[in-house]
Design a binder for this molecule. Structure first.
Ligand SMILES: [Zn+2]
Length: 67
């Protein structure tokens, strides 16, 4: 089942970005996702299956989302 990600969700990934941050904000959803690194503000395009494998935690409106 796909993870119900929405724009504005903050995700924590297993792998860190080169800048050291593990926190990203979802900017766009669809076949490919665009997310912004919360450390260096860089925007990244990523395919959904790849992204889903990397997600460790989702935060929405300040609360952890169960998935
Ligand atoms: Zn970064």
């Amino acid at each position: 089942m796909p993870i119900p990600l929405q724009i504005g969700d903050i995700i924590e990934t297993k792998k860190q970005h080169p800048c050291g941050s593990k926190s990203f904000t979802i900017m766009r959803t669809g076949m490919d996702f665009r997310m912004k690194c919360d450390g260096c503000q860089k925007e990244i395009w990523i395919e959904r299956p790849k992204l889903e494998k990397r997600i460790k935690r989702i935060t929405r409106d300040g609360e952890n989302l169960q998935f």
